[in-house]
Design a binder for this molecule. Sequence first.
Ligand code: URA
Length: 274
Amino acid sequence: MEEKELRLDKFLADMGKGTRSRLKEDIRKGRISVNGEVVKNADKKIRIPKDEVLFDGKPVSYVAMEYFMLNKPQGVLSATEDRRRRTVLDLIDQKKRKDLFPVGRLDADTEGLLLITNDGALSHKLLAPKSHVDKVYFARCAGKVPESAAASFAEGLLLPDGFQCLPAVLEILSVTENGETENKKTKSRETEYKKEENGKTGNEKAEGVKTETEVLLTIREGKFHQVKRMMEAVGCPVLFLKRLSMGPLTLDESLKPGEYRPLTKQELELLKQV
Ligand code: URA
């Protein structure tokens, strides 16, 4: 690891040990030692990772960057804080850093892959419109998606509000009419997605819907309600939406909604190549 120096109060604040002013007090009171010696000045330079910092006798190790893959559940906001509702950051209870944020947003009623990090440069790269990072969504929609929709999506859909979408890939997985399901793709794939949804009523918006279509949609941009607006434009409002991947990062299907894990080294390397 490359050596880096940080003021003691900043070192502790970055690791979520309190506000800078509160930490200055703690330091003054002699609660912190560095390499076995009590340090009472907050601007003492800490050499990372060489110096050993103890707070009330407990080691504090410095982590510059954190990366988590979250399977965002419905009903949780893609924000860092909110006065009333739970946010995705509230779910990451193993975080060391206090400056984490979600890379992009999923609607409150959307589930699935969300990257949580404090790596601003990576986030910028993944979200920059010119990066054209593919995002794959599974959607269950009301009505029968016309086969012709795939060609319109491939050309670039013009939404009724005048927004011109970039070309997108629409794959119809199955159509269910009056309880009869016609699989357009291999059964195994279809049942895989079905399994995740078992017992879920979440964002069911059209009660008593008789005909439903399940699709995979790959888009290269991330405008507000983009998938919902695109499906609505072909007459099939979204009933359930889940993000499956973002660029090279694919949702770990062993994560239940609300669960998360650190990215593997390999996942991070792939993301950094975007
Ligand atoms: N498109 C939507 O409509 N909603 C999301 O949450 C993500 C993409």
